[in-house]
Design a protein around this ligand. Sequence first.
Ligand code: BMA
Length: 848
Amino acid sequence: MNRIGFYKLILILIITVIPEVYLNAQNPLKIDLGGPWQMRRDGTIKWGNAKVPGLVHLDLLKANVISDPFYNDTEPNLQWIGETAWEYRRVFLVPDSLFAFRHLELVFEGIDTYANVYLNDSLILSADNMFRTWNVDVKNILRYGANELKVKFPSVVQENKDRYSKLKYKLPGDEKVVCRKAAYHFGWDWGPTFITSGIWKPVYLKAYNYVNLLAVQYSQKEITETNAHISAVFTVYGELSDTATITVSSNNEVLFSQRNVIRKGPNFLRCDFDIRNPMLWWTNGLGEPYLYSLNHEIRFAGKTVAKGTTRIGIRKIELIRKSDSLGSPFYFKLNGIPVFMKGANYIPQDNFLTRVKDSSYAAIIKSVADANMNMLRVWGGGIYENDIFYDLCDEKGILVWQDFMFANAMYPGDKEFKQNVQAEVGQNLVRLRNHPCIALWCGNNEIEEGWKNWGWQKQYNISKEDSVEIWNNYLSLYWNLLPGLVNRYDSGVPYISTSPMIGWGHPESLKNGDSHYWGVWWGKEPFDTYKTKVGRFMSEYGFQGFPPFESLRKSIYTPYLDLKSPILKSHEKHPQGLELIDEYLLRDYKTPKDFQSYVYVSQVLQAEGIKTAMEAHRRAKPYCMGSLYWQLNDCWPAISWSSRDYYGKRKALHYFATKAFAPFLISPQYEQGRVKVTVVSDKLEDKKAELRLKLIDFNGKQIWQKSVNIDIPANSSTVFFDSTLLAFAPKLKLQSSLLFTLLVSGNDTLSQNILYFDAVKNLQLDSAVIKRTIKEIAGGYEVELTTDKLAKNIYLITPLIRGEFSDNFFDLLPGETRKVIYYTDIKNPNFSIFLRIKTIYDSCKVKE
Ligand code: BMA
């Protein structure tokens, strides 16, 4: 017998002596260790109940040790939790049969953040990164029968202090920069400080035998109309060599099946296959986001050792940045077509992440798709989101601009820190790379802008020499390490080092790359500035508004709630937030008559302001190719830039975004005596439509009208009407007239919009008689509205009946009939009594 034959015999002997149970068991086998645990303050005696996955704050809340962290001004009273060390434990039984597996690993999918883990009193892991998964070999530590798992969390505040004090210099961003934990946990200008600890993702025992499938990657090599060539790589760790059969199938059709040899050690098994006549994945509004479910199976030594399903979408994504005559563009091509990106910046949905339900993910992504968005930016001060987030974006055709988790700070550059980051980024790239929704990897949020423009060197007293070192560390992280990892793990998706490319104070920021435009809000410039300050891709701009009054009331209770209330101020995290809202509000509106009216008008102000920006960005297509406002959502009940509040209620901005982001947009403007009407189309086919323009006064009397048939080119922005006002309405009373613009095709309204000729506070609004007819329908109520005079920003409210209006905050014209649906699962005979209507006229009656 030659040597190979000898080893084969040994191998056969090894395999045959292994009892069936080892190889027949589901492989790998997972034993969940989540559920009821115990917790206590480190150093105390009594254990309390805990839940895993979970967080210290939530366990204390459940046990009534603390009150609702979001209620009133509770926040400062709970800071001791982050200053305290905690301990978690659980005992679990290991069945004898488990030891038959050759490998037993303890897997923590996520620990927030510093933790020492003990199994039966042996320290098996010291964790320090909430974005990482930790796998520990515990075969030799596990005992037959009862085992005890203990997780000790040191005080995050203390640990950060210790680590920060060891740095050579003070880094901008303060102590949190040493800690790989979501930055917003330490407070942001829209969120409170709650320094959490806990086992925040599943924990389980993983048992397997000779083969461990570590990762699957599907790359799309070539896509044509008739064929998509896919290359799959299975990363497998083998313990001995043998033949394996890898099969990939979809819809019961085998796409690939091949015998490979798995060798001892790491293996990268590649299989190439074709999908004929592929259905492409398209973004919301452009077509179906078609997904293929690919099932893989690895059979090794005659047994199935790995099986799973990965969903992919066949699509090509490119970021075009090649200089043109105007600067450096920044736009995405999907399947070869330039696509204007419409969307928002997304932050985590709660300070206490483990209580965000799957249904909340479903609701938020649905509301994004319903608002005609096609992109979300997952901002770098939060988290790499849970799988469900990306699954839903895949399904709804929402592209994801994914920041790595670095924001508004300089980070250490030592070897240990970088190794930690390397593991974090590698793992997350592997986890997310098969999702068709991933459009861009971005190194960080606003760090280059901060370093170059915000005077950090002076503020932190950083010497010239240290500045050089800190900047080199920056380059090494975002120009070297991260792009290297993207290239290694997900080379099909573009990478940029930072967002924005250039700070908003520099005129070049509007010519090159993406831009965060904060001249409005931070710079106190008027909303009209949005019309001219348009860059190549507006990845951030925003303005704050109050959440609906009913939402405010859920988290704030004080007998006299008004703008001066300290409790209200504690839910506004921007240092001058309330003052800025007030300053802008009084530029455009008369003083609201009471606090509830103020809350409503602030929402209209925010929505109208951001509408100005969204329309200007879209009109400027293709110079500008993206508009992502700051910010989609809230992590707690707050006065903030969000368009959807913590409870999922749409603010006026969300309704306005739905219209401003519709596939067709009609956008009228009035500037220096000229009226211009632009039509924007994001559709990929030309369209014939009728453009109707009508000048009326606020009582509905027609002054002028025009109707033209137009051909709207595909994927375009075109001015279809341009005239001085003098030429068609020389004697127009600007304060009591409006231009109604409508775009129709057959019986379909593609877009409608209203142009006013003066600030709202100067308009001659009057008391309108609004008539309502209410009909009960399946799934809710239909509300039909008419008015005798212009009713500005009608706000429909039914605080006592849970549900959502299909439209709200709209202007109703005399002679117009508007039908709105109230979606609710509650039937209430008193619906019409509960339904209240507010308008700007009723809310801002006070004469100045
Ligand atoms: C942007 C963001 C956030 C911030 C927001 C509002 O620059 O990147 O850091 O919360 O502005 O100030």
